[in-house]
Design a protein around this ligand. Structure first.
Ligand code: NAD
Length: 464
């Protein structure tokens, strides 16, 4: 039986990053993957959706050509090519992961990995036959998560779909209802609306993007409504009936009951960990709410078995998974390194305008008992924003009034997902508003809005 220092089950960003780091640390490493390398992120998540969203943005920019003094005939959409480019980008990157595995001498096994009661790892082929058995001092479980359906709205892969099918629908739907206004719901709402579909976005809670700052989420809701998306909060789906053509949807919005016919429904109400069939029970590995329970070193309740990424619960983000994977193998290798702080993980949503945040929101900071100072800077007051025609949104920063330390920040607007990196680093370095102000920000850039918002919190903004 082949023996390894580390066997990783799952080849998404968490798993493959763990495998590469393990090799860098001199550990003999194998990785087991039963689908495409790169996992959901590269193949059916982050990357292909970002390609789709970019294409939607380009299309929207063409529609605004007049604003920039350009005369462009009405642009036409080649739907097959729109989908095709997204698939091609995903395929290219998945090949890139295969190359990285080879370059780093990670042995890759194609199949399903499962822990056996005697604590070996079985690799099963598509027929469920054991193709290989591996022995490992340490195991890293990185099997990810899959969409959760809601009762009465079960997926059929055709008209009631999850994000994966929403990335490759053969024809652009004339109308679409999206249930759940988290990251996935909001991104697809923007994408389909940008290309002209009629979109109804239903959220159960009082605000879209419930984990985001209220002001930022309200700003986005307003913008999406202006784009023509019907946004309904406090919505409860009561009945979904498949009809010959399309679907009849009955929902309640507050006191009002409404019915709507749509071509398709996208369910984006969250995900659940892929914990089944891993052999967890026999080894006494604890799970809670559909995720594997881990300690701050990412170790499960069974010694030497680690879990990282979506299967280990929130934050359910690819960049968190990659960091957790690296951390887990560094702990395995006996490295002295800090544990991860989930408050320092940025959250990014790539609709337009974009949303990005890190740390505490204003209300979270107040609830935590801080004496809070808030600084804002709207992109309408930014020279670069005006020049680039990107005047929507704002930077909002939250400071502790006593020492001026940054507690968190949220951005609504163009390039928010890039701009958040500065705030993430500032938070990690426990930066104060003064340090943000003393840092030279190139002019003209959207990043100046970060510096100005820091100044605004303490009465020192220059341009606002
Ligand atoms: P999510 O948890 O972010 O959002 C689900 C939303 O659905 C919530 O707002 C919730 O209140 C709502 N909801 C739940 N049940 C509902 C119901 N019955 N009716 C109406 N609304 C209901 O989940 P998601 O958007 O499905 O994304 C899954 C995971 O993937 C998340 O953790 C997300 O952060 C991550 N993700 C991140 C990105 C990104 O970073 N850009 C993109 C896609 C997904």
């Amino acid at each position: 039986m082949a023996a390894y220092d580390v066997v990783v089950i799952g080849g998404g960003p968490g798993g493959y990053s763990a495998a590469i780091r393990a090799r860098q640390l001199g550990l003999k490493t194998a990785l087991i993957e039963d689908a495409e390398l790169g996992g959901t992120c590269l193949n059916w998540g982050c990357i292909p959706t970002k390609a789709l969203l970019k294409q939607a943005e380009v299309y929207q920019l063409f529609l605004r050509a007049d604003e920039f003094g350009l005369r462009v005939d009405k642009p036409a959409v080649d739907w097959d090519a729109v989908i095709g480019r997204s698939r091609q980008v995903a395929a290219q990157l998945s090949k890139g992961v295969a190359y990285l595995m080879q370059k780093n001498q990670v042995e890759v096994f194609a199949g399903r990995g499962r822990l056996t009661p005697s604590r070996q790892i079985a690799v099963e082929d598509a027929e469920g036959e054991v193709a290989a058995e591996l022995d490992a001092a340490h195991v890293v479980l990185a099997t990810g998560a899959r969409p959760k359906s809601i009762p009465g709205v079960e997926f059929d892969g055709e008209r009631i779909i999850a994000s994966r099918e929403a990335m490759v629908v053969a024809e652009q739907p004339a109308s679409l209802a999206i249930i759940g206004a988290g990251a996935i719901g909001v991104e697809f709402a923007y994408f389909y609306r940008a290309f002209g579909s009629k979109v109804l976005l239903l959220e159960a809670l009082p605000q879209i993007l419930p984990r985001e700052d209220e002001e930022i989420a309200a700003g986005l809701a307003e913008s999406l409504a202006q784009q023509g998306i019907e946004v309904v909060t406090e919505a409860r789906v009561e009945e979904v009936k498949r009809q010959k053509r399309g679907i009849a949807l009955r929902y309640r919005a507050g006191e009002e009951q409404k019915t709507r016919r749509v071509e398709r429904i996208l369910v984006a109400t969250g995900v659940q960990g892929n914990i089944e069939g891993l052999g967890l029970e026999a080894l006494g590995i604890r799970t809670r709410d559909g995720a594997i329970v881990v300690d701050e070193r990412m170790q499960t309740s069974a010694k030497g078995i680690y879990a990282i990424g979506d299967v280990a619960g929130p934050p359910l983000l690819a960049h968190a998974a990659a960091q957790e994977g690296v951390a887990a193998v560094e702990f395995i290798a006996g490295r002295d390194r800090p544990t991860l702080d989930p408050r320092q993980v940025p959250n990014c949503i790539y609709c337009q305008p974009q949303v990005a945040s890190v740390g505490l929101s204003e209300s979270q900071a107040r609830e935590a008992g801080y004496d809070v100072k808030v600084g804002r800077f709207p992109f309408a007051a930014s020279g670069k924003g005006q020049a680039a025609g990107e005047t929507e949104g704002l930077v909002k920063l939250v400071f502790d009034a006593r020492y001026g330390e940054l507690l968190g920040g949220a951005i609504l607007g163009a390039e928010a997902t890039e701009l958040i990196a500065e705030l993430t680093l500032a938070l990690r370095l426990e930066a104060t508003y003064e340090e943000l102000l003393l840092t030279s920000h190139a002019h003209p850039t959207l990043s100046e809005a970060v510096m100005e918002a820091a100044g605004q919190a303490f009465g020192e903004a220059i341009n606002y």
